[in-house]
Design a protein around this ligand. Structure first.
Ligand SMILES: Cc1cc2nc3c(=O)[nH]c(=O)nc-3n(C[C@H](O)[C@H](O)[C@H](O)COP(=O)(O)OP(=O)(O)OC[C@H]3O[C@@H](n4cnc5c(N)ncnc54)[C@H](O)[C@@H]3O)c2cc1C
Length: 278
């Protein structure tokens, strides 16, 4: 059965009454089915207008659950969003960016999801709506592993919320793949660096994707960057031991050893890219 609710209330009622598979842009949903047809009820949420688009609130920037990657790219946003915008431009192709949503990327929870590292580096939270009400979780808690999240079957990801506290921070995102375009990453890095009045790092957030079951923040590196000059050469702060939270695997795209080695270079380059954008 195919259902197309027009409001969020209607959508969560459908899900709570009889369950169903949520369909947004369909760019992960359909490839996951392969040659099969969807089984059971499909709840197509694309007509739920109230969760589309990006709005600026007093303390948060709200990315509605139906916001596409193309909308992220064309919406004017503070500079700490440069990494997320760069990631948006790397998601598949323009056609995929026009259909695919930020929320779909997070709910699919691939280790290679381009949206996760920049949103982790922004300390984003997710808002989940169900017939029972709404709850909020840090993105770092929401994604629990390879294609595993804390979303309950009756919940819709209604919004991604980014705190405005560091909105003037420099940010950058770099993705390494086997070719330049339309590629699943071997490694990717997002960084957000806040400077103090003297031009030194006062707060740093670094996240690496595709090198563990879920993207990881490099907490020790974040600490060691505090006090460093936000200037060319900042990449030299990064040491091999900073990458210990990663647990890369061998797969068709790269070996674990290559991933670790490439990530070291990528983290350094992402920090330098933050300096260039500063
Ligand atoms: C050719 C191609 C290239 C791609 N390239 C990339 C790439 O480079 N990088 C990358 O990260 N991804 C890539 N993708 C994957 C995909 O485009 C993205 O993950 C996209 O953001 C998914 O969004 P969607 O709206 O299409 O999700 P859908 O396919 O509609 O849904 C994905 C999953 O999330 C669930 N879901 C969707 N929205 C919600 C919601 N609001 N609340 C609760 N559950 C929800 C669905 O039930 C489903 O399980 C590619 C896909 C294709 C086909």
């Amino acid at each position: 059965m195919y259902l197309k609710p027009k409001t969020l209330d209607e959508a969560v009622l459908f899900l709570s009454a009889q369950g169903g598979w949520i369909l947004a842009g369909g760019t992960d949903f359909y490839p996951a089915l392969g040659e099969r047809l969807p089984q059971g009820r499909v709840v197509d949420i694309t007509a739920v207008g109230e969760i589309r688009g990006i709005s600026i609130e007093a303390e948060w920037i709200r990315i509605g659950g139906l916001t596409t990657w193309s909308e992220v790219i064309r919406t004017p946003l503070p500079r700490c969003f440069d990494a997320l915008k760069a990631a948006a431009r790397e998601v598949g192709s323009v056609q995929i960016q026009n259909r695919g949503t930020v929320a779909g990327n997070l709910c699919n929870a691939s280790p290679a999801a381009d949206g996760v590292p920049p949103l982790l580096a922004l300390d984003a939270e997710v808002e989940l709506a169900s017939a029972a009400g709404r709850r909020r979780l840090a993105l770092a808690e929401f994604v629990v592993g390879n294609r595993k999240t804390q979303r309950r079957a009756d919940e819709i990801l209604a919004a991604v919320l980014v705190p405005r506290r560091m909105e003037n921070a420099a940010s950058a995102f770099l993705k390494l793949g086997a070719r330049r375009y339309l590629v699943i990453s071997i490694s990717m890095v997002a960084a957000v660096l806040q400077a103090d009045g003297a031009g030194c790092v006062s707060e740093a957030r670094i996240a690496v994707g595709s090198c563990s079951a879920k993207a990881q923040r490099l907490v020790q590196l974040e600490r060691d960057l505090v006090g460093a000059a936000l200037a060319a050469g900042i990449g030299r702060v990064v040491k091999e031991e900073h990458l210990l939270p990663l647990s890369p695997i061998d797969d068709v795209r790269a070996t674990a050893e290559y991933r670790r080695d490439a990530s070291l270079t990528l983290v350094r380059r992402t920090l330098e890219a933050c300096v260039e954008s500063h």
